[in-house]
Design a protein around this ligand. Sequence first.
Ligand SMILES: C[S@@+](CC[C@H](N)C(=O)[O-])C[C@H]1O[C@@H](n2cnc3c(N)ncnc32)[C@H](O)[C@@H]1O
Length: 203
Amino acid sequence: MGITGVLLYPIRLFFDIVTFLLYKKPLAKKIAFLCKNNSTILDFGCDNGSVSKMIMDFNPSLKIVGVDIQGNRPSQIPRRLYQGRKVPYPDKTFDIVLSLDVLHHTKNIPYFVKEMKRLSKRYLIIKDHAVYGPVSRWLVCFSDYMFNMPYRIKCAFNYPTMGEWGGLFHKLKLKKTGKPTNHDFCFGIAKKYNPIFKLEKCE
Ligand SMILES: C[S@@+](CC[C@H](N)C(=O)[O-])C[C@H]1O[C@@H](n2cnc3c(N)ncnc32)[C@H](O)[C@@H]1O
C-alpha cells in the first residue's frame, strides 16, 4: 500500500461504515422490493458488488452478476470487467438490468441506457442523481466527488434534470412503472436528488 493508500485508509473505513448504514443497506432493501422473485439481474457498474450482495441477502431468490470498467476492490458477486463500450453480453440476457449510481459516472448516458435496454428482457432499474439548477448541481458534484475519491472512482459529473431523464426514457421507449420513488436518506434532505426509476420496455 503506497502513501496515498495509507492516507485514504481511515477515510475509506469511515465511509464504508457510514454509507453501509445510511445509504447502501436501505437502498438494497428498496431495490430488492422492486425485483420480482427468481429474476436474473445484471448489476451494471457493480464496483465491489456489495449492494447486490445485500439485495440477494434480502431476497435469496434473485440471481445477480455484475459488470464494471474497474476492479480496484475484490467483488462480492461474479463480476466481468470490460472496456466501457459494448457490454459483453448478448441481447435480452437478463430479466432486469440495474444501475445504481453509475450513469452519472459516464459521459454518454443515452448510450448506456440503450445498452441496458438491449441486455434486458423487460425491466430496467436506475438509481441516479437529478439536479434542479446551478446550486443543486454544485452540491451534488461536491458530495459525489467526496464519496468516490477515496475509492479512486472517476466522476464525470454528468447529472440530468428530472425533465431530461423523462425525455430520455420517452425517446428510448421506456415506460415508468410503479409509484415514483426516491432514495430517502439523510433525514429527507437528499431525497429529491436521488430518484429511482423502474422502467419497462415498450418494444
Ligand atoms: C459510485 S460507483 C457505484 C457502484 C455500485 N453500483 C454501488 O452502488 O455500490 C460507480 C461505478 O460505476 C462504474 N462505471 C463507471 N463507468 C462505467 C461504465 N461505462 N460501465 C460500467 N461501469 C461503469 C465505476 O467503475 C464504479 O464502480
